[in-house]
Ligand binder design. Sequence first.
Ligand SMILES: NC(=O)c1ccc[n+]([C@@H]2O[C@H](COP(=O)([O-])OP(=O)(O)OC[C@H]3O[C@@H](n4cnc5c(N)ncnc54)[C@H](OP(=O)(O)O)[C@@H]3O)[C@@H](O)[C@H]2O)c1
Length: 251
Amino acid sequence: MSTNNHSNNSNSNSNSNGSSSDKINNVVITGASRGIGLALVSEYKARNAEQIIAICRNVPPELAKFYNQGVRIIDGIDVTDEAKVASLPGKIKHIMPNIDLLINNAGIYLEDSLEEIATAQLLAQFTTNAIAPLMITRTLLPLLQSNGGGKVAMISSQMGSIGGNENGTSYGYRASKAALNAFGKNLAIDLKRLGVAVFQLHPGYVDTDMTKHLGPITPKDSAVSLAKLISKLTLNESGTFWHINGEQLRW
Ligand SMILES: NC(=O)c1ccc[n+]([C@@H]2O[C@H](COP(=O)([O-])OP(=O)(O)OC[C@H]3O[C@@H](n4cnc5c(N)ncnc54)[C@H](OP(=O)(O)O)[C@@H]3O)[C@@H](O)[C@H]2O)c1
């Protein structure tokens, strides 16, 4: 992921309707093992969310330490494995009766130029970055709608903005995030009547494994900004695409 691609653009009332308060009680985060997902676990802990579920494949010590602080960890979940995803409602409803906020954060970036693109890599990015968040959201819909309607935050990327693409390359990543945006917009329309809001969010250019630690923003700062933005967004803004700096992004 090149610097250019990311740096040049710049309590109880926990449902997504109208003027919701800052407090979100029940949060589910995918890709919680490291990077932005791990920082989001820490941020919602700091915000005193009542229940936080961290979904991951494996549990590194950095995530395990939150277990002692009340965060529940569901491991062994590859988000592209449909059977594992189908098992999630059963595991989650024992911990929380409803989900106020689902953050679909798990993602991959496989660097490619025009010469390098390969079907398997394109498909892997579509499956992880676009199809998995769609399937997870659909699977968790009964829990998302049960308390008047929760929020779904899709961790997208401004690299998925077709109108904002000035740098080329990264075919699979850009197209997979554009597909995620299309799924998110469609979900926003379909789920509005259920009170469930869906947002696409760009987390900034962040110092994580994905960017080979080249991003200038710390995962903590990104998570703080994401949580602030998520708290402000309501059902009225469902189906929109935002930068963490508060600017709305074009498709
Ligand atoms: N970093 C940035 O500058 C940036 C910019 C724009 C958007 N984003 C987006 O932000 C999100 C988080 O990125 P990051 O920078 O934190 O990346 P990261 O450090 O590479 O972490 C990626 C996370 O996704 C998980 N994941 C990947 N594939 C998975 C799968 N098949 N099943 C389950 N979990 C899977 C990883 O789990 P494992 O540990 O098991 O691999 C890890 O927890 C991604 O959606 C990314 O596209 C990041």
